[in-house]
Design a binder for this molecule. Sequence first.
Ligand code: 5RP
Length: 223
Amino acid sequence: MTAFKELVGIEAAKYVQDGMIVGLGTGSTAYYFVEELGRRIRDEGLKITAVTTSSVTSDHAKRLGIPLKNIGEIEAVDLTVDGADEVDPYFNGIKGGGGALLMEKVVATYTQKYIWIVDESKLVDQLGAFKLPVEVVQYGAENLFLHFENKGYSPSFRMKDNSRYITDMGNFIIDLDLKKIDNPKALAQELDATVGVVEHGLFNGMVNKVIVGGLEGVRTLEV
Ligand code: 5RP
């Protein structure tokens, strides 16, 4: 699996050109994209500016000497490359397994070309087997938890070291064990309208290209 992640990371880095503002995703697959950008800067003199989607990726990029800006300092990102937890045939996806969904969605929203890099296991016929991460404000999080429970969404608070996981933006994550999401668009609208929800991990129709790594090599799915 690691080999596939590295292959798609390297493949995605081929789309990066001098002068671009590049969004750096988060997770074990995006890691290899960031590594390859670091290598190209070092070996080929590639000149880019990057924005990142988490403190972990910021630290990684700094170690590699990748010049960084804050998303608020730029108007648009030319290209963002990120991982995903599930991708359906209509290019809807679930993200946030690594807890960075809010920053990832902010960067994706201001991105002109958005690429996901995944291994074959992430391609699904229907979203929902992966628990849907929902980032919520801490105030009233228990009330929201009950609300999701009453709706039959089987919520659980994301935990880390026996405490509730706190995102880079200072919020909690409630994971919804939905099993099957019949209508991703309707669910996204419902969550967008739920007070206390900051963002959710449904990224519906945002991506332009999905680079998939598997036993038969690397293939690119275009929207
Ligand atoms: C982090 C994410 C990741 O991109 C997603 O969880 C995939 O990660 P990995 O490449 O490690 O499987 O959304 O919030």
